[in-house]
Design a protein around this ligand. Sequence first.
Ligand SMILES: *[C@@H]1O[C@H](CO)[C@@H](O)[C@H](O)[C@H]1NC(C)=O
Ligand SMILES: *[C@@H]1O[C@H](CO)[C@@H](O)[C@H](O)[C@H]1NC(C)=O
Ligand SMILES: *[C@@H]1O[C@H](CO)[C@@H](O)[C@H](O)[C@H]1NC(C)=O
Ligand SMILES: *[C@@H]1O[C@H](CO)[C@@H](O)[C@H](O)[C@H]1NC(C)=O
Ligand SMILES: *[C@@H]1O[C@H](CO)[C@@H](O)[C@H](O)[C@H]1NC(C)=O
Ligand SMILES: *[C@@H]1O[C@H](CO)[C@@H](O)[C@H](O)[C@H]1NC(C)=O
Ligand SMILES: *[C@@H]1O[C@H](CO)[C@@H](O)[C@H](O)[C@H]1NC(C)=O
Ligand SMILES: *[C@@H]1O[C@H](CO)[C@@H](O)[C@H](O)[C@H]1NC(C)=O
Ligand SMILES: *[C@@H]1O[C@H](CO)[C@@H](O)[C@H](O)[C@H]1NC(C)=O
Ligand SMILES: *[C@@H]1O[C@H](CO)[C@@H](O)[C@H](O)[C@H]1NC(C)=O
Length: 467
Amino acid sequence: MMRTLGFCVLVLLCIMPAGLATRAERNWKFRASGLRIKQQSVCPDKRVSSTRPHSVSITEFGAVGDGVTLNTHAFENAIFYLRSFADKGGAQLFVPAGRWLTGSFNLTSHLTLNLDKNAVILGSQDSKHWPVLDPLPSYGRGRELSGGRHSSLITAFNMTDIIITGENGTIDGQGSIWWDSFHNHTLSYTRPHLVEVVDSTDVFISNLTFLNSPFWNIHPVYCSNVHIESVTILAPSGSPNTDGIDPDSSSYVCIENCYIRTGDDMISIKSGWDEYGIAYGRPSSNIIIRNVTGETPTSAGLALGSEMSGGIRDVQVENLNVYNSRYGIRLKTAPGRGGYVKDIFISKVTLMDVQIALAFTGDFGDHPDDGYDPSALPDVDRISFTDILGSNITIAGYIEGVQKAPFTGICLSNISLNVTSDSAWNCSNVYGFSESVLPLPCAQLQNPIPGSSSVCPFHFSSLGKDM
Ligand SMILES: *[C@@H]1O[C@H](CO)[C@@H](O)[C@H](O)[C@H]1NC(C)=O
Ligand SMILES: *[C@@H]1O[C@H](CO)[C@@H](O)[C@H](O)[C@H]1NC(C)=O
Ligand SMILES: *[C@@H]1O[C@H](CO)[C@@H](O)[C@H](O)[C@H]1NC(C)=O
Ligand SMILES: *[C@@H]1O[C@H](CO)[C@@H](O)[C@H](O)[C@H]1NC(C)=O
Ligand SMILES: *[C@@H]1O[C@H](CO)[C@@H](O)[C@H](O)[C@H]1NC(C)=O
Ligand SMILES: *[C@@H]1O[C@H](CO)[C@@H](O)[C@H](O)[C@H]1NC(C)=O
Ligand SMILES: *[C@@H]1O[C@H](CO)[C@@H](O)[C@H](O)[C@H]1NC(C)=O
Ligand SMILES: *[C@@H]1O[C@H](CO)[C@@H](O)[C@H](O)[C@H]1NC(C)=O
Ligand SMILES: *[C@@H]1O[C@H](CO)[C@@H](O)[C@H](O)[C@H]1NC(C)=O
Ligand SMILES: *[C@@H]1O[C@H](CO)[C@@H](O)[C@H](O)[C@H]1NC(C)=O
C-alpha cells in the first residue's frame, strides 16, 4: 500500500514540473530503488558545455597576480569582452597561477570562470571595493543590518549557463576585516558573500576551494538548476556567519562530494524572511545533498531555516557526515515566518562528537522588523530520518514545535545514537513515528510508522496532522 502511495507521489513529482519545466529540469530524475519505499535521486546531467569555443586569460586584460595590484577592472573588462561570445557557445575566462586581488565583479551568461590549481582570487580588504546593493526582496533588508548589503565578490544576476570551476584553485575572501568589524560593531551594511547567484539558471560550481568568506560562502537565490560539486569550504570556527552553502528560494539544486568546515552551518536551506519572504513566495524545492562531510563547532551540519517563509519542500539528503559540531541537523522557525518545511528525507547520516543530533525549534525569533504577522505560523510536516549512527552525542533530540502549530509527521527509523547525557530526548508540540530508534525517543514520537512499514517513507500522507 505504501509502495503504491510512494509511486503515485513519484509520478506526480515527475509530471508536475513538466508543464513549465525547461529541458534541463526534465533531466532531473527520481527513480525508485527496490523494496525500501524510497527513491534514490539522480542529479541533473552536466548539461552545461564544459568546453567553450573561445578562451582568454585574465592577463590579456592587464591583470597582475602579485597579491597587491587591484584587478577589478581587468575582471570587468574581460567579462564585458566575453559577453559578445554568448550566442557563439560562450567563452572561458582563465585565471592562471598567481594571487589575483580584486573587488566585486559580475559574471555574464554562457561563461566559464576557470581557475588554475595555483590560482587564488583574493577579495580586497577595502570595503569600498564591495559596492552596496539593494536588499533582496524576500528579505526586505540586509540580513544582518537594515538597509542595503555589500555585493558579493563574484555575482551572477539574471544569467544562464554559468560555470565556476578549477583544478582546486582558490577563492579567498580574506574575511578577517569583516569579522572584526562585525565584532567591534563598525559594519555599515550587511557583509558580502564570496559567490552569489541571483535569478539565474544552469549554474555549475565545482573543483574549487573557498576560504575565509566575509559572510555566507555560496548563495544561490531565486535560481534553478544549480549543481555544486567537489568544493572545499574553509573558515575558522570563530568566524561569524560563514555558512558553507545556502540554497535560498531556489529549486533543482544538487550539492555533492563537498567538505565544509566553517564558523556557521555547513549547509543551510532558506527561502526568505517573515512578511518579505511570504510576499515574495518563492520556495526552495527539489534539493539533493549527497556525500557532504564537515564540522562546525558552533552550528549545524544541515540547517533548514530559520528563514523559510517561502517554504522548503522535497529535499533529499544522503551520506551526510558531521563531526565535532554543535548540532547534526537543525530546523529553525518561529511564529511570524509562515511558510512550510515538508517532505524532507534524510538518510545515511554519521554524527561524531556532536552535542545535539536533531535540534528543532519553533521559537527561534529573529524577525526583520516589527511588521511581521505573529499569526503567520509555519507548517512543519513529513520529515524523515533513516539510518543514522552517532557516537559521543550529548543529546539525541531536542524537538520543540510551535504550540499553535505542532510539528507533525516526524519519522525516525534505524537510528542509533551513543548518548552521554541522562536526558536523551526532549520534545514538545510534536507528533510522529519511529521504529528501531536508540535511545528510545520521547512518547510523542513513538507511534508506529504508518502502513506497517518499518522504514520511514520518502513521501507520505500527513497522518497525525489532525491529532
Ligand atoms: C552587477 O550587476 C548589478 C545588476 O545589474 C548591478 O546593480 C551592480 O552594480 C553590478 N556590480 C558591479 C560590481 O558591477
Ligand atoms: C533578465 O534577463 C532576461 C533575458 O536576458 C531579460 O529579458 C530580463 O529583462 C532580465 N531581467 C532583469 C530583471 O534584468
Ligand atoms: C583542495 O584544496 C584544499 C585546501 O588546500 C584541500 O583541503 C583539499 O583536500 C583539496 N582537494 C582536492 C580534491 O585535492
Ligand atoms: C573594527 O575593526 C575594523 C576591521 O579590523 C578596524 O578597521 C576598525 O579600526 C575597528 N574599529 C574599532 C573601533 O575598533
Ligand atoms: C574535477 O577535477 C577532477 C580532477 O582534476 C576531474 O577529473 C573532474 O572531471 C573535475 N570535475 C568537475 C565536475 O569539474
Ligand atoms: C565524497 O566526498 C569526498 C569529499 O568530501 C570525496 O573525497 C569522495 O571521493 C566522495 N565520495 C564519493 C563516493 O564520491
Ligand atoms: C565528545 O564530544 C565533545 C563535543 O561535543 C568533545 O568536546 C569531546 O572531546 C568528545 N569526547 C570524546 C571522548 O571524544
Ligand atoms: C541501519 O543503519 C545503518 C547505518 O547507520 C546501516 O548500516 C544498516 O544497514 C541499517 N539497517 C537496516 C536494517 O537498514
Ligand atoms: C557507545 O559507547 C559505549 C561506551 O563508551 C561503547 O562501549 C559502545 O561501543 C559505543 N557504541 C557505539 C555504537 O558506538
Ligand atoms: C526539556 O527542556 C525544557 C526547556 O529547556 C526543560 O524545562 C525541561 O526540564 C526539559 N525536560 C526534560 C525531560 O529534560
